[in-house]
Design a protein around this ligand. Structure first.
Ligand SMILES: Cc1cc2nc3c(=O)[nH]c(=O)nc-3n(C[C@H](O)[C@H](O)[C@H](O)COP(=O)(O)O)c2cc1C
Ligand code: SF4
Length: 438
């Protein structure tokens, strides 16, 4: 295991993670001792429009995967329209490899609750929801407890801190479907319908929850709001890069010595992250990795020095996504890894549109054939052709994301596919898996 050098350690910028190691960090007393709810007191004295401007000035971009500018999104909410406004926090965190929102809600739930109150005040919402993944029982319990503590202390409910502002906050547990992380499917699910994406336009900013103006933001986005209110836009922009400001929680998993969450200024490289995480596991050499979860195209060892911000990763041909860096070594097979991800997308496809529903079903079967040693050279063309018919033709991002590891693994690791097809690699799947595969 390698020890990080001081200059690499200096890349750590704990802002959202700064309380995680404090004893009982999830309790309101601890939170209050560590700056907690100071930002709310400051925010409630400001005009809501000034808060929206502050978030615009900070350059904060959504932490849910797409990196949409948060202040701009808040500014889309029509004001004076006489309709109820809603803030919905997306705490579904279903992207394989992603592990930043659940630890945040488990260790520091009040950071999210405080962010919810400030964001709701800014967009003039008097009701907010946190939609949390159903399996995340522990995080949900901590969150519900934090919400109750906040009500008891007068941070939620009527006339918050005697400001005249009212807010009700509801924590809603989903039933564990990846598609319910897609914001419009999430809204349908929250309304009690089957979670499937909605046709856009109209967008949630005008026709969201209960057909009313709604902001949907990721947990990390909303938890970034209190530190920005306290520290100011310039302080926030002093971290990160010009177009990707602030710190980001990178979750490292796989063949790494110390997997976990590392919060660094945006633009840190995988080489630096690996050094912080103690290097690769003994006996393993980096071969491929995802910069932002399984929906983002794979990168290879040659990309160790790519700046992990929105622009840097895009320039390298991938997507920053949820900064879920899954690390694979020379002992892992990119064909098998891609197959396992496709099984996931096939299982989680909501079935609303044909390219994703049928395309993923079909690709899973082609992969099984290749991994069982019965693939053909034409199978590789079939995979690329199927991806071509899914990407950009699916109703939502799930379909697009499913193609990422297929096309990128064929780009960087075609030889691994050929080795199965031409018999140089022993089959990984038995012929039994091929029942119904043709
Ligand atoms: C299939 C699919 C799953 C998604 N899952 C999540 C999720 O679990 N959490 C999340 O914040 N965003 C998820 N998103 C992105 C959301 O649709 C949306 O862009 C995000 O919540 C907006 O928040 P932000 O602007 O703060 O990033 C998902 C998107 C797709 C297409
Ligand atoms: S792309 Fe997949 S998940 Fe999205 S609407 Fe179509 S079938 Fe459903």
């Amino acid at each position: 295991m390698t020890t990080p050098r001081p200059e690499t350690l200096a890349k750590l910028t704990p802002v959202l993670t700064k309380r995680w190691l404090s004893p009982d960090a999830w309790r309101i007393d601890t939170y209050e001792q560590l700056d907690g709810y100071a930002a709310l007191r400051k925010a409630l004295k400001a005009h809501p429009d000034d808060l929206i401007q502050l978030i615009k000035d900070s350059g904060l971009r959504g932490r849910g995967g797409a990196g949409f500018p948060t202040g701009l999104k808040w500014g889309f909410i029509p004001q004076g329209d006489g309709k109820p406004h809603y803030l919905v926090v997306n705490a579904d965190e279903g992207e394989p490899g992603t592990c930043k929102d659940l630890p945040l809600m488990t260790h520091d739930p009040h950071a999210l609750v405080e962010g919810v109150i400030i964001a709701s005040y800014a967009i003039r919402a008097s009701r907010a929801y946190i939609y949390i993944r159903g399996e995340a029982v522990h995080a949900a319990r901590r969150l519900r407890n934090a919400v109750q503590e906040a009500y008891d202390k007068g941070y939620l409910g009527r006339n918050i801190l005697r400001s005249g502002y009212d807010l009700e906050l509801v924590v809603h547990s989903g039933a564990g479907a990846y598609i319910c992380g897609e914001e419009t499917a999430l809204l349908d699910s929250l309304e009690g319908f089957r979670g499937q994406p909605r046709l856009r336009p109209p967008f949630p900013a005008t026709h969201g929850l209960y057909a009313s103006p709604t902001v949907v933001n990721n947990v990390g986005t909303i938890a970034s709001v209190p530190p920005i209110v306290l520290g100011g836009a310039d302080w926030w922009k002093s971290m990160g890069t010009e177009k990707s400001s602030g710190p980001m929680i990178y979750s490292l998993s796989g063949r790494v010595a110390n997997p976990g969450q590392y919060e660094c200024s945006m633009g840190v490289t995988l080489r630096e992250l690996l050094e912080l995480a103690g290097g690769m596991q003994p006996g393993h050499n980096l071969r491929f990795w995802t910069p932002g979860g399984s929906s983002t195209p794979l990168l290879a060892a040659e990309h160790l020095d790519v700046p992990l911000d929105f622009e840097g990763v895009a320039a390298a041909g991938s997507i920053l996504g949820t900064t879920a860096t899954q690390i694979f070594s020379d002992q892992d097979c990119p064909v098998y890894a891609t197959y396992r991800w496709l099984e996931f997308y096939h299982h989680e496809s909501c079935g609303k549109c044909t390219p994703c529903r049928e395309g993923n079903y079909w690709m899973v079967r082609v992969y099984r054939r290749i991994l069982a040693g019965q693939g053909t050279h034409e199978d590789l063309d079939t995979l690329l052709d199927t991806c071509d018919n899914i990407l950009g033709r699916s109703f939502c991002g799930l379909g697009d994301g499913a193609t990422s590891s297929v096309t990128s693994s064929l780009k960087y690791f075609k030889q691994d596919y050929l080795d199965y097809i031409e018999g140089r690699t022993a089959p990984k799947l038995s012929e039994k898996t091929l029942v119904g595969a043709h």
